[in-house]
Design a protein around this ligand. Sequence first.
Ligand SMILES: *[C@@H]1O[C@H](CO)[C@@H](O)[C@H](O)[C@H]1NC(C)=O
Ligand SMILES: *[C@@H]1O[C@H](CO)[C@@H](O)[C@H](O)[C@H]1NC(C)=O
Ligand SMILES: *[C@@H]1O[C@H](CO)[C@@H](O)[C@H](O)[C@H]1NC(C)=O
Ligand SMILES: *[C@@H]1O[C@H](CO)[C@@H](O)[C@H](O)[C@H]1NC(C)=O
Ligand SMILES: *[C@@H]1O[C@H](CO)[C@@H](O)[C@H](O)[C@H]1NC(C)=O
Ligand SMILES: *[C@@H]1O[C@H](CO)[C@@H](O)[C@H](O)[C@H]1NC(C)=O
Ligand SMILES: *[C@@H]1O[C@H](CO)[C@@H](O)[C@H](O)[C@H]1NC(C)=O
Length: 764
Amino acid sequence: MLWLASDARPSLLGSAALIAFLHPLATAALAELPDPPCSATSNRTHTFVNLGSLIRRKGVDQDYTTRHDNVSFSLNICAPALSADDLHFPSSQDAQNVSAYYRRGDKAYSLGRTSSKPKFVGKKLVLDYAGGSLCPKLDSDGLPIEGEDNEAGYRRGLTLSFVCDRDLISPPTISFISQKYNCSYWFEIRTASACATVKAQSLGPVAIFSIMNGAYAADGYSRVRDLPGVLVTTYGVGELSAMNGVAGAYAEHAGFIHIVGNTARALQENKIMIHHTLEANPDHGVYRGMSEPIRAASAFLNDEATMASEIDRVLITAVKTRLPVYLFIPTDVVDTPLNATRLEQPLDLNLSSKPDVEELIVKKILDAIEKAEKPCILGDVLAKRHAVTSETRRLIQLAGYPAFSTILGKGVVDETSPEFGGLYNGSRFDADVHSPPFHIILVSFPGIKDAVESHADLVLNIGLHLTSSNTGAFTRQIADNKLLALHPHYCSIFGERYEGIHFVPVLQKLVAEFEKNKDKYRKRNTVTRFEIPTIDKSTSGPLRQSYIWQRIGRFTKADDIVFVEVGTAQFGMPDASLASNVQYETQIYWSSIGYTVGGTLGALVAAREKGNKGRVILVVGDGSLQMTVQEISTYIRNGFTPTIFLINNDGYTIEREIHGPEQQYNDICTSWDHMKMLEFFGGRQKGFQSRSVQARTIEELEAIMTDSEFIKSDRIQVCEIFVPRLDVPWVLRNQVDAHKARVKAAAEVQKKTWEGMVLAGAFT
Ligand SMILES: *[C@@H]1O[C@H](CO)[C@@H](O)[C@H](O)[C@H]1NC(C)=O
Ligand SMILES: *[C@@H]1O[C@H](CO)[C@@H](O)[C@H](O)[C@H]1NC(C)=O
Ligand SMILES: *[C@@H]1O[C@H](CO)[C@@H](O)[C@H](O)[C@H]1NC(C)=O
Ligand SMILES: *[C@@H]1O[C@H](CO)[C@@H](O)[C@H](O)[C@H]1NC(C)=O
Ligand SMILES: *[C@@H]1O[C@H](CO)[C@@H](O)[C@H](O)[C@H]1NC(C)=O
Ligand SMILES: *[C@@H]1O[C@H](CO)[C@@H](O)[C@H](O)[C@H]1NC(C)=O
Ligand SMILES: *[C@@H]1O[C@H](CO)[C@@H](O)[C@H](O)[C@H]1NC(C)=O
């Protein structure tokens, strides 16, 4: 086991890679690339060591040297000695590919030819050179006679044995161990390069640019792969930079495993003032406390006796809770051999805690459904995050009831299914007591609110997450006496709560009951299938937000994965109809601007691992892009070919709409040339191709969206879409108007109060 992250370069691994990484026995299961030269894998422990970095290069380096008994030895590792070319060897045969030699007088003696195949002998890693100069003849006492060759033709050889030494950041140290008959030699090399490391795999790691993007990417990976991704960072600088992304993954149940490389235990105990610590006598673990509120479990691996079970405990929590977890690993721990017996037992990921209570809940749900006349299903975001999208869709298919998604849950109900009823987002702000009720603020399409709140007599809400942005700012009004709520922490039947019951086993049992009794629970859909109205029917002219979101929706094809940035896109894209089985992801609740550029990287890795047939599409604004743009380079470096819709409206339009439309703090540098972006990051014609196109009008956008090459998305491509600076989706406009009206009314009330006070002589 070994670290990938150096100081400022965290790495993202696929979770399967992590499990192999923590559980050496599992490595065999992964597709592996062949070992590079100068590396070796132990058949017994699967330890992999790569000595490649020790090779000394011509014109750059000098040979390694060591002395013994007034003799100086020169050598290279896995390559010929650099200084051997002009030497005079006893025979020309000796002079071929000499990897190690010593000199005596004007003669040089070869200690063997180059080999680049180190091997494990038991636990020891050795590299043998053989076929050097002839060994000397021995006298009657068995001592070598200098200058006389043996007649049997024995040749000199050298064995290098390697010892892992993590404390050495300095060059490797070479010591002479022994020699026999001036013929066979043994040297030992102590170096950090001889420590076990992770073999290159077809799956992860993906080294990234910015650490926060690494957290976003691990989050995006978890969403798409339905398994936690892995982020590896260093203590202090790395783990702190990642924290915003970790907190977002916590808020949105898109958790991952964060491995933090810590200083060696001895350095921690002695409070060494090493880099990334704070002051004299530093506590190296001070940062561990900082992530406590944003993780579901953690382990500091400092005790050999419990390490294996601690790793398992943390991994189990990650998978079960879908929240972030931390493993803190001191550098001196990574070579610790652990008892591998535990690996024979799969991790216990069973979410069922009280089967009898779960069955009772299922029975109550089935009874309620039998009695109901117009039940509906409300698919919600935690169904996606807890990896039960397919169970939810199967239930909808078997039930035949109208099915709605929430805003965050968009996509959990297949939008092409006959049951799809639209997106439910509450309906209006309740007039608060200090301001008159101005107007009803529509945030769901007309009809959907009534279908859910009034028409339906039972709402089965699967995976609910009652955040402001998912409930129309808490305007959702589903009466308790018709709500069946399924959540990771509880299930609730008409207001009766069963705490600590996870909804996933309940849902699975429910689906099984529906499968068994196909006719019993099926009901005729009493709501006609919802067709999202076309908001902007224009066919020509300049582009506006009212046109673009639904157009991007029509661009989606079955199995696409779409990441939609916070900002105006998150208000506009819900109006888009998605093709079948499209995975739609956005980070509306946490709302960290720029999230999707990193998140999409994780989605790309996950999609490649899963062999997903659809495309990966990123919808991002020019302002958001400037926060995290460098990760585009990582897409290119890894050969990914996402389609990027880049909405250019000269800055943070969402913020302009909310406050300060002309304020400088909502501006960005608008001189970026997005048509050169992919080229700059490496997507050039030669090697890795890219495509960059622009649209200012409907006609231009249509030409792009119907171009078969663009649709294919077989290379990375960006489509820059220009819309006016202050143009926003209708939902946002409605909401902000209402907010402004409210503020104005409140100000009126305030003014009247003040006037009243002035009139009453309060200030005289
Ligand atoms: C290790 O395993 C490989 C592949 O199974 C085999 O070719 C090789 O001989 C083995 N090496 C040792 C030292 O057992
Ligand atoms: C060691 O080698 C040097 C130069 O080759 C020589 O001058 C010196 O006498 C040698 N010392 C011994 C102890 O053999
Ligand atoms: C010397 O090494 C090179 C590769 O480094 C190899 O191609 C060549 O065959 C070797 N020659 C002999 C004589 O071993
Ligand atoms: C040769 O062997 C003698 C006796 O073991 C030893 O003292 C001497 O250092 C050896 N020389 C070399 C070059 O290994
Ligand atoms: C490893 O753990 C198993 C189960 O706890 C135990 O039976 C076995 O003796 C352990 N092996 C070693 C080498 O400690
Ligand atoms: C999960 O755990 C419950 C008890 O907590 C048990 O009844 C059930 O059989 C387990 N399921 C599986 C698949 O192991
Ligand atoms: C959902 O309602 C909330 C509160 O009104 C609003 O902020 C959000 O924009 C709405 N979302 C959509 C996509 O309609």
